[in-house]
Design a protein around this ligand. Structure first.
Ligand code: IDP
Ligand code: MG
Length: 137
């Protein structure tokens, strides 16, 4: 079983899309291992997105991710990382395939409704960020 981290971003939480997104994830046979709602401080959002240090969109991303509550969801499934990336679609909703979360629900490139880990290694770090001390659960 592989692990990955989904985050339902502030734009989706504020538009009452938590249930819609979770339903899609469960229908795709992911197992939910952990889920909570948190409001990130800007410094916490910056830490989570440390890999994007120096990118032109980092400030906008940090502001957005700390602008309201988010719902991090720890998922498990065979091939979880790649399968979740397929389910959520391309970063830019205009380029995302029909039927993906971002195509169907996202607002724009910044307010794109969801995060999904991009590798098994990063998934481990990201799950640890939101669900510390959960190893072996
Ligand atoms: P990903 O979420 O599809 O993995 P990344 O390249 O890792 O995309 O970027 C992280 C997040 O930063 C994106 O989901 C999006 O919210 C935001 N982002 C990326 N590129 C841009 C941009 O050009 N303008 C505004 N926001 C961006
Ligand atoms: Mg990414």
């Amino acid at each position: 079983m592989e692990r990955t981290l989904l985050i339902i971003k502030p734009d989706a939480v504020s538009r009452n899309l938590i249930g819609e997104i979770i339903a899609r994830v469960e229908k795709a046979r992911f197992k939910i291992k952990g889920m909570k709602m948190v409001r990130l401080k800007p410094a916490e959002a910056r830490k989570f997105y440390a890999v994007h240090e120096g990118k032109p969109f980092l400030e906008e991303l940090v502001d957005f991710m700390s602008s309201g509550p988010v719902v991090p969801v720890w998922l498990e499934k065979e091939n979880a990382v790649a399968d979740l990336r397929k389910l959520i679609g391309a970063t830019d909703p205009k380029k995302a395939d029909p039927g993906t979360v971002r195509h169907d629900l996202a607002v724009d490139m910044g307010k794109n409704s969801v995060h999904g880990s991009d590798s098994p290694e990063n998934a481990k770090v990201e799950i640890q960020f939101f669900f510390p001390n959960s190893e072996g659960k």
